[in-house]
Design a protein around this ligand. Sequence first.
Ligand code: GLA
Length: 640
Amino acid sequence: MQKQTTLRRRGLALIPLCLVAASLHAATDPLAPTARWSAYTAGRAATPPMGWSSWNAFGTDIDEAKILGSAQRIVDSGLAAKGYRYVNIDDGWTIRRQIPEGNLVIRADRFPSSVTGGASSFRPFTDKLHAMGLKAGIYSDLGRNTCSQAYSSDSTDLPKGSVLEREVGLYGHIDQDIALYFADWGFDFIKVDGCGLRAYGATSAKVRSGQYRALAPVLDLESVGRSDIPAVQAEFAQINAALLRNKPDGDFLLSLCIWGAADVRAWGKNVGNISRTSDDIRPSWARLLSNFDSAAKRELYGHPGSWNDPDMLYIGKGDFDADHLVEAKSHFALWAMLNSPLMMGADLRSMPQALMDIVGNPDIIALNQDPAGNQATLAYDADDLEILVKQLASGQKAVAIFNRGLAPIDVDLTAEQLKFRKDAPITLTDLWTKAETPFTNETKLRVAPRETLILRAQGARVLAQGLYLSEQPGSVNPAVDGVTAPQADPTIFRSSFAWSGTKGAGERPMYAGWGGARADSTPYGQTLRIAGTAYAAGIGILANSRLEVSNHGYRRLSTQVGVDDSALDRTHGVTFMIYGDGKLLAKSKSLRWGQPAQALSADVGGVKLIELVARSAARGNEQLPVSWGDAALLTSARPD
Ligand code: GLA
């Protein structure tokens, strides 16, 4: 063990000098090691949150009976015991803000228990939920006004009164409202929407009508370039500070709802517990595809405490109702594999048992709630078929075989796709039927139209003495992913805008994140390859990047590094470095395109946080994808 020099500060704490130096350095150089995990860990989301929200079932037409009725079914049906805990009121609960003192007033006709001795309070309501063993969630907006105020065609359920009285969002009231929700009313969860920062520009019809004050839009769903990312982040920072003040025990959950805008798919993980990766889900298959795609390639951007959110479940309506059990089961299985929050969105009072059984499947819930927190990665992706594999804490894998289309598909599932040995027996267990399929090397499976086979797989790992980093995305955080100019990802399925039908040109690519870090793929979806050698396992990322890797007791990190063959920049060199708790452990020479991979290996015994830095003098990181081929954490301290 290296002797550590320490600083003594007022006799209180001993701070290792290397950490002080590391954090000072990081302030100026984003690639400098920080020795700390920077993704969000505040709040209570060690596993993806589970519960129910009023929006998909009721829109703004909510009341106490509907919400408590669904809560009661959660308890009575046994879903609460399976982990469904959050019962969230979405948009539509506010009648006005009192002027001048600013207190928010609840719609008394809809929430009779909120009228308490002349005051307006959700405390009796949250007390009821808490007494049922549940948690309570509330809804607000980053702007002065909410989404329904911006987009509802029917004003019945909207706030009433003067322009100022109808400003029920957080803007200008963060401290006051967060204190009201959490300290006074006892909520445990807040969803913060973003329409108030999007729809109230001076020229919008709403503002021109004189009914709403103008607020310069800083969020533009269709254009990341027209969004003011720091302004949005600054508001979330204030919300976080207020949450920590008002819930000092940390029992809260912050849900970001800016629909994949403003490049949030890259930074939401630093700011909240769950972060929407796309626009609203609708009860249609095409929309499921868009929302699924918006999260499916962001496997490195979701971790314990900071999950990707492709939106709430729509099981119970339209393409996911009791007449569409195949689609409903796919929806549930896919959301579970993505480590999405499992937020039901149906009127549970009348939810058919067949659908209750889907959301109650204990094996599928278990794979979503797996403590390792690894989002599934894509092992196959072509035509209408996707194979997703998720490493579980037990050492087993969960596998989803997803048929997006309308014809049955005969699938070859291979040991290789599972990173299992070809010569050892593998057993698949179907998580709906519990049927077991033993095989060696490869097996044939048939997937019906729109079906998702969801399986647990047991086998002998190719890498017996450790885990590839790409098998543990929950422990790998692209703190700096090298993307300098966020661009829309062209691979996400574009469903039509609900309100325009097929008029116009259709939905354009709009979710930034193209070029982000990937597991077992280059940032642009190619096979990882250095000087002609392909790597089935590894992390693909752009140059000038820093990955944080949380080390759970492994002793060695080994990898083959180099500029990926897909790089357009064929001149600049890249130097690869491995740090352990802020200390340089290994460094490559400067490697250019076409040069063979260099093996790097570092003793990480006792190290908590490993950082992998790829540094280059090149300015165009986007032209310079690099590969951490075969990057793995191993139990043995000895180099190969
Ligand atoms: C936005 C959100 C939805 C819902 C509505 C409420 O559209 O994305 O999830 O909260 O607002 O108006």
